[in-house]
Ligand binder design. Structure first.
Ligand code: NAD
Length: 451
């Protein structure tokens, strides 16, 4: 269901009328498929004194051939920056929060359309003292508010880098700056030292990797499969036998393979594990995307509606993980597990007690498995994406008024595309995300729901 309001406000007259009436003016977002470079213009870097990340950032941007005019020099005055990056790790107390204002206040209105504000900090619990902890925690409220103020498709990100994890910054920084994060805003990503594989190239970062994507015959899963394949992975596309024809069509577009299985069947996890071992000697990336809704308020919900949702969305994920991680492990060292949660699992939603419980359970699962010593020792990361309102067949079926609310009640005033979720999954699956584990990345345009 196309977003006609977005097309209308993108036209000259529509933009004018919307501005006059004070209506939202969503900006068509710049995405990877639109072409152009990952960082399409200069990046101005600011640093609070005593920070430890401005120099690594400067070196990375130089490697990526991105211009970084010095704050205050002549070029800064002429070119709209594609991004403003502030190293705030030196902000050691509340009185120094003023440095956020000092750097961003004079520049933020010049930010290019679909630009980025990236603030770098230290996880508060690793701060040297209580004053530094408070100041570093303040960054989150600041970035969330900046995200809500930015216009014209621009977004804000907070990257909390543990001391000693500086070498893991490249992947997350590149994701934050690039169109791959088009529909991610106001989010915090924590970067740990991880057992780091070096980030490979950014063109085909998944070359040589084998990925399993569940629920891959349509919607978000199909786009995840295609995006991982475009990034170089060989993709095993899994879905229920009833979706066999669509599944094979998607598998063909990825030059991968189709695997039919109902993940709730008792023997499904073993069959999938055996397939991956026999055909590929294991698997590197597992994307748990299959999911269902059976919406009903709790008092009216049939037991079968409760059971089906929990079985597919949560129990099947647990069982498949156990089959891939237990015994002789099928998921290889340095592997990636990405679960598909939902902002419903964070905020709750009317008519979705079953769904929200299952999606919140996935967050618990991700955090617990990521903490498992053996999983961490083997360099395996475990994360979730939490999509907000994504334009799919599922959301096209939602009644008009609720659909419009879902589309507009976020900082970007529009729904996301399946590719936005797929890009976040691809990032979390990449070697460059070795320092990111046990986290939930919301892909929701900074939805007001649960913000
Ligand atoms: P979709 O219904 O289009 O696709 C889900 C796929 O999972 C289908 O192909 C289905 O056949 C498959 N599947 C269902 N049960 C299965 C089983 N037992 N075994 C194997 N495959 C099974 O849904 P979508 O909108 O593309 O959503 C994909 C994921 O994203 C889901 O987990 C969903 O909960 C989540 N999500 C979607 C949105 C959104 O706005 N569309 C928002 C938040 C989260």
């Amino acid at each position: 269901m196309p977003d006609r309001y977005l097309s209308w406000t993108a036209s000259g007259p529509g933009r004018l009328v919307a501005a006059r009436l004070g209506l939202p003016r969503p900006e068509p977002l710049r995405r990877r498929q639109d072409g152009g470079s990952d960082v399409p213009g200069p990046v101005v870097i600011g640093a609070a004194e005593g920070g430890r990340l401005a120099e690594p950032v400067r070196r990375l941007l130089a490697d990526w051939a991105v211009a970084t005019p010095d704050a205050g020099d002549a070029r800064e005055a002429t070119d709209s920056p594609a991004a403003l990056v502030l190293d705030a790790t030196g902000v050691a107390g509340s009185e120094r929060l003023r440095e956020l204002y000092a750097f961003l206040h004079p520049r933020i209105r010049a930010l290019a359309p679909c630009g980025r504000v990236v603030v770098l900090g230290t996880p508060p619990e690793l701060a040297a003292d209580t004053r530094e902890a408070a100041a570093q925690r303040a960054l989150e409220g600041f970035v969330r508010s900046v995200g809500k103020e930015l216009r014209r498709g621009a977004t804000a990100h907070l990257l909390l880098v543990e001391p000693g994890a500086e070498q893991q910054l490249a992947g997350p920084l590149r994701f934050a700056l690039s169109p791959r994060s088009a529909y991610v805003s106001g989010q915090t990503l924590r970067i740990a030292s991880g057992s780091g594989t070096e980030p490979g190239g950014f063109e085909r970062p998944l070359s040589g990797r084998v990925a399993l994507v569940t629920g891959a015959s349509r919607g978000i899963g199909a786009t995840v499969a295609q995006t991982l394949a475009a990034d170089g992975a060989h993709v095993v596309c899994l879905d229920v036998p009833a979706q066999g024809a669509d599944l094979r069509a998607i598998a063909d577009t990825t030059a991968g393979e189709a695997l039919e299985a109902d993940l709730t069947d008792a023997d499904a996890p073993r069959r999938v594990a055996d397939h991956l071992t026999q055909q590929h000697g294991g698997v590197d990336i597992v994307v748990h995307n299959a999911g269902i809704t059976r919406d009903r308020t709790l008092g009216r919900m049939e037991p079968g509606q409760w059971d089906a949702v929990v079985a597919v969305n949560l129990t099947a994920v647990e069982r498949l993980n156990e089959a891939l991680l237990g015994g002789e492990p099928v998921l290889r060292d340095g592997g990636r597990i990405v679960c598909t949660s939902s902002i419903s699992g964070i905020a709750g939603n009317v008519g979705q007690t079953n769904y929200a419980a299952s999606k919140a359970g996935l967050i618990g699962l991700v955090q617990a498995v990521a903490r498992d010593r053996e999983v961490a020792r083997r360099g395996i990361t475990v994360n979730a994406v939490a999509p907000g309102f994504i334009e799919t067949r599922m959301t096209a079926a939602v009644p008009l008024l609720i659909r419009e609310a879902g589309r507009r009640l976020n900082s970007l005033s529009q729904g996301g595309q399946p590719v936005d979720v797929a890009e976040a999954v691809a990032f979390l699956s990449s070697p460059g995300a070795a320092g990111v584990t046990g986290q939930v990345l919301r892909v929701c345009g900074q939805a007001l729901l649960g913000a």
